[in-house]
Design a protein around this ligand. Sequence first.
Ligand SMILES: Cc1ncc(COP(=O)(O)O)c(C=O)c1O
Length: 252
Amino acid sequence: MNAPAVITASRRDDFPGLAGGWHYLDTAATAQKPQAVIDAMTRAMGADYATVHRGVYARSANMTIAFEAARGRVAAFMGAADAKEVVFVRGATEGINLVASSWGGANIKAGDRIMLSQLEHHSNIVPWQMLAERVGAHIDVCPLNHDGRIDLDWLEVNLTAAHKLVALAHVSNVLGSVLGAKRAAKAAHNVGAKLLLDGCQAAPRMRIDMAELGCDFYVWSGHKLYGPPASVFCGHAVIFWTPCPLIRAAAR
Ligand SMILES: Cc1ncc(COP(=O)(O)O)c(C=O)c1O
């Protein structure tokens, strides 16, 4: 496990948002922040604050070093081969939109197909609908099997060479069902498609390893993992990033 799914009594005191015996049941939407993260954010926004990657004075250089160190820690956390593959954005919705508008815009053409599933979050539907409408592509929807998991038997039979992208939730935010990610990656790659995994509900609750999963894009949300920002794993080493001092806070 990367992070506890349930905050134990000994950890409760670390979270000011749980003071007074408050029971918070919305961690899947966004996590309460421990005091260490709040303190680090305060330092990053206060005493340590300076421009990232754009100044030559000492505090700016230190901020840049800390910012890149955070990228390295995120890369290690998710088993990315190279920290340059990690892209910081403001949330998973923005991450998926970034993949759809950059990689998708360049690689998905009229007549191509995109495979989603019945249990996707809106964030992993709407960016693909917008792209499909813009370029004239088609969307297919993989059904679920009897126990609420994405039906990989159906997926394997119905993927074709016209599919350029398969975009699936690693763990469902509605059912909690876990995808057979390695099998999904194999099925996608067998027809020449890329696999994007929406890891929003997986990254805070289970070990994630990009090499092991074999996906091409992995998107998750820092604010669901006790921090303020989010990151995107991009298997193509494309570097996009938004200078954001809060990243430093999240990594402390
Ligand atoms: C499975 C899943 N995907 C995407 C999102 C959107 O994440 P964000 O708020 O970082 O845009 C959520 C948020 O609840 C989610 O649970």
